[in-house]
Design a protein around this ligand. Sequence first.
Ligand SMILES: *Cc1c(COP(=O)(O)O)cnc(C)c1O
Length: 424
Amino acid sequence: MINIYKDAGISDEVFSFGEKILESLKGRFEEIDKNAEYNQCKVILAMQKNRLSPEHFMTSTGYGYNDEGRDNLERIYADTFHTEAALVRPQITCGTHALNVALSANLRPGDELLSPVGKPYDTLEEVIGIRPSTGSLAEYGVTYRQVDLLEGDKFDFEGIKNAINEKTKLVTIQRSKGYQTRKTFSVEEIGTLIKFIKEIKPDVVCMVDNCYGEFVERIEPSDVGADMIVGSLIKNPGGGLASIGGYICGTEECIEKCAYRLTSPGLGREVGANLGIMQSLYQGFFLAPTVVAGALKGAIFAANIYEKLGFKVVPNGTESRHDIIQAVELKSREGLIAFCKGIQAAAPVDSYVDPEPGDMPGYDSQVIMAAGAFVQGSSIELSADGPVREPYAAYFQGGLTWFHAKHGILMSVQKMYEQNLIEL
Ligand SMILES: *Cc1c(COP(=O)(O)O)cnc(C)c1O
């Protein structure tokens, strides 16, 4: 083993250091595998119940009328996540688009949107109109209210109660921390929040941004009262095989509104050709529980390695996990760059490319990104990025296999080691 890693440019010292850390993680990896096993059963049962067959992989074009392949995938998503209905389509271009459809379909002028968990994901600021933007909800007369988290990332129940009013129509809850410093919420915590909100106003629609959270636990927010859960197919549920797409799963009423918004009033779910990608969407969903397990192992391995090397990691090495994102604070510009170069060098695609910090629209500092993905921008594949400023945090996620995630992390350590940024 040590020889093949040597061929890959990973030294004996780095490899052995990694193996020692791994010894201590056996119990946790077992627990992750158990969850994957459970979730694999969920997906298989949904596929069997809906009598998935090769006909469902057939291509449809044009309007896509009577596309059984498309419709059956939506039933399988709905059954897996225990919702009445689902919208799962290549016409949903990304996670932000799915969230925008879910929000704009279920809000009307004069309604108010509430985020009880602080500031939402960056791209949603423009969807909502927190930052003025063409076509935002604010332009359509939808107002927005936000209740920040309290010390220790606790829900501000009193503040939330006071914020809910006669205009409050929809509540948006982001499960993953995304690129913030708060913690990621467990599904159970989200359930407590939804229950509290529904007690105050039973008819309010509760939507959960489920990005990066799918299959990390045995239950999803739709199991604890969410009316809609929303995510991207080039993250967890696409299993790395989906080349495009997003999903919204939820109540029949919410999903119907989403369909009329996504296509057109009057048309709804009836149109939307699949263009021949159905097999990859089904097969990706089938693989997703084990792919997510691999990514989780990578995140935990990275946390424990870098914690041992003296860096701050969020979540820390022993905390429970509710999404697949790992932040590592590398303390210096050189450290962040070396880390990203390692991830890049370990990639199956574009491994020869040397990532450099660059300017990005919307960021006030330079950003460095490492990704060598089969699907552009896919962050279920091993990838890392971070703004080049204090505390020089790399946000790291994905890995289609645990062994690739391990390879990437060892390579990042190798690059740091070669530059004398760490001692083993
Ligand atoms: C990735 C992500 C989004 C947006 O998804 P895109 O596919 O990048 O548009 C929204 N919310 C969260 C929490 C995310 O992680």
